[in-house]
Design a protein around this ligand. Structure first.
Ligand SMILES: [Zn+2]
Length: 260
């Protein structure tokens, strides 16, 4: 449970982002066109996502397009620049580990050099997210709905059957400590096969926010993605989740408003 002393009031980055995008909308790709940098960037991003092109190939295509355009031009030369233009923040930190010796590998290593038996299938990829930023983003967007749902408990107007364990105790907690703006997470771990031909699997560690009404709580856009694990064997939970759980525990102590 993550405590938050006053409000889910977050720094209003939406307006800032909106202003930046408006500015970008006025920037043209080059002086012989009416196509804006923003429109071209969004269209390119949608195209590569639909085509499932890798980042390396997308970088090469962007560079190729930039070279074809008249000079000077504002076309981004790589995906990092393009995402920066669109204010799309990279929430992921990636790491590679050898599941035999549990050591971190360099990003260019296809397998562990220290383990004699090591093969590519002994490498696992872990993508940890910036939990605070994601949580802040979701809670900020849904602050009104969270507050209304909590008010319905306090005012005793919530008549639906309980949908979480210890719901009655939780309601009592809200009523007893109305000044404590509590936020609670239910943590989930799920695995899914990525391809039929191999045993490669994707594991997700996610969180749902208890203070959201049940009808929107499990919607994908309202879930917090905490970490992903991609590997050929079942993940070692300590190896995979230790750092994420430490971050969550620190958030639990600090609350989420302290950083803003
Ligand atoms: Zn190793």
């Amino acid at each position: 449970m993550i405590g938050d002393s006053k409000k889910f009031k977050i720094k209003d980055t939406d307006d800032e982002n909106g202003n930046k995008l408006t500015q970008h909308h006025k920037i043209l790709l080059h002086k012989y066109t009416n196509i804006s940098l923003q429109d071209a960037s969004i269209e390119f991003l949608q195209l590569i996502r639909r085509s499932q092109i890798s980042k390396i190939n997308a970088n090469q295509i962007l560079l190729f397009i930039k070279r074809l355009l008249p000079c000077p031009n504002t076309a981004p030369s790589n995906m990092t620049n393009l995402l920066n233009y669109l204010n799309i923040f990279n929430y992921f930190t990636t790491r590679k580990i050898c599941i035999l010796c549990r050591k971190d590998l360099k990003h260019y290593q296809a397998k562990c050099n220290d383990c004699l038996m090591a093969e590519c299938k002994h490498v696992a990829h872990i993508l940890d997210t910036d939990i605070l930023s994601l949580l802040t983003c979701v809670v900020s967007r849904l602050a009104d709905q969270i507050q209304k749902y909590k008010d319905s408990f306090s005012n005793n107007t919530y008549q639906q059957p309980y949908d979480i364990p210890f719901a009655k105790q939780y309601q009592q907690l809200l009523i007893k400590y109305p000044e404590q703006n509590l936020l609670s997470l239910i943590l989930h771990v799920d695995g899914a096969s990525l391809v039929k031909s191999t045993k490669l699997k994707l594991w997700l560690f996610t969180a749902s926010i208890v203070e959201l009404p049940p009808n929107i709580r499990m919607k994908r856009q309202n879930m917090i993605l905490i970490s992903m694990y991609i590997g050929y064997t079942e993940p070692d939970v300590k190896l995979w989740l230790a750092s994420s759980l430490t971050t969550i525990n620190n958030l639990k102590k600090k609350g989420i408003t302290d950083s803003y």
